[in-house]
Design a protein around this ligand. Structure first.
Ligand SMILES: Nc1ncnc2c1ncn2[C@@H]1O[C@H](COP(=O)(O)OP(=O)(O)OP(=O)(O)O)[C@@H](O)[C@H]1O
Ligand SMILES: [Mg+2]
Length: 221
């Protein structure tokens, strides 16, 4: 299978006051098309930082990141965000839905911004697929955690991204909802042939991915 993403000698340091902490050290990583990967590691080990780097939301201190052969680390901010909008769907532990937008509007907005035809219709189809037909017009505050995360997933995959990044997608959910959300995610990835990189503390969830990587002392074990 061909390469989707390549990290080459990635270093990430954070400067806080006088302290300079080295979070990721010389990371080399290749993610192939259609591959599912889980990322585990202790709190503070750099899992979220890795997701942010891959999503182009953070820049490495040194090293290069290639997405579909294009080096994104050398691009300007707006060029990176263009690539991200079209090709990468990101799901966070806190769902970050727009509070005064309904479920349908939250998903449709992404499609609208990307000039899709019939954004509302598409949004409804996606939400229906995730069992939210009866919740189209609810605001996030009127939805349960599991429902909010399903809306967030629908929004992240609306553009049919080649890569889905999920940072503790079930971290705020109970066991039953965690299972449902992860089933939805893995089913979607399989059907659409996207790649998935998922950070999780849950060993059961981590085992659903084809490959498991562990970050320790800033390195991949
Ligand atoms: N913007 C920042 N400025 C300074 N230090 C930061 C910043 N973001 C993260 N860090 C530090 O970098 C390290 C890695 O953080 P990161 O959020 O990637 O960890 P994590 O593995 O996702 O942890 P958790 O499992 O708790 O979510 C931590 O020590 C954190 O304090
Ligand atoms: Mg984290």
């Amino acid at each position: 299978m061909s390469t989707l993403l390549k990290l080459k000698k990635i270093n990430l340091k954070y400067q806080t006051g006088k302290d300079n902490i080295s979070v990721l050290k010389n990371i080399d990583l290749i993610i192939k098309k259609k591959e599912t990967v889980s990322v585990v590691g202790e709190s503070g080990s750099g899992k979220t930082s890795l997701i942010m780097l891959i999503g182009g939301l953070e820049r490495p201190t040194s090293g290069k990141i290639f997405f579909q052969k294009q080096e994104i680390t050398s691009l300007k901010e707006d060029e990176v965000s263009e690539i991200r909008k079209k090709n990468i769907g990101i799901i966070f532990q806190s769902f970050y839905l727009i509070p005064n937008y309904s479920a349908v509007e939250n998903v449709a907005l992404t499609l609208e911004l990307n000039k899709f035809k019939n954004p509302e219709k598409e949004a409804k189809l996606l939400l229906e697929r995730f069992g939210l037909k009866h919740r189209f017009n609810n605001l996030p505050s009127q939805l349960s955690g599991g429902e909010q995360q399903r809306v967030a997933i629908a929004r992240a995959i609306a553009m049919k991204p080649d890569l889905i990044l999920a940072d503790e997608p079930t971290g705020n959910l109970d066991t039953e909802n965690s299972l449902m959300i992860s089933d939805i995610l893995f089913k979607y990835v399989k059907e659409e042939g996207s790649s998935l990189i998922m950070v999780t503390h849950d060993p059961k969830l981590a085992n659903k991915a084809k490959r498991k990587i562990k970050i320790k002392d800033g390195k991949i074990k």
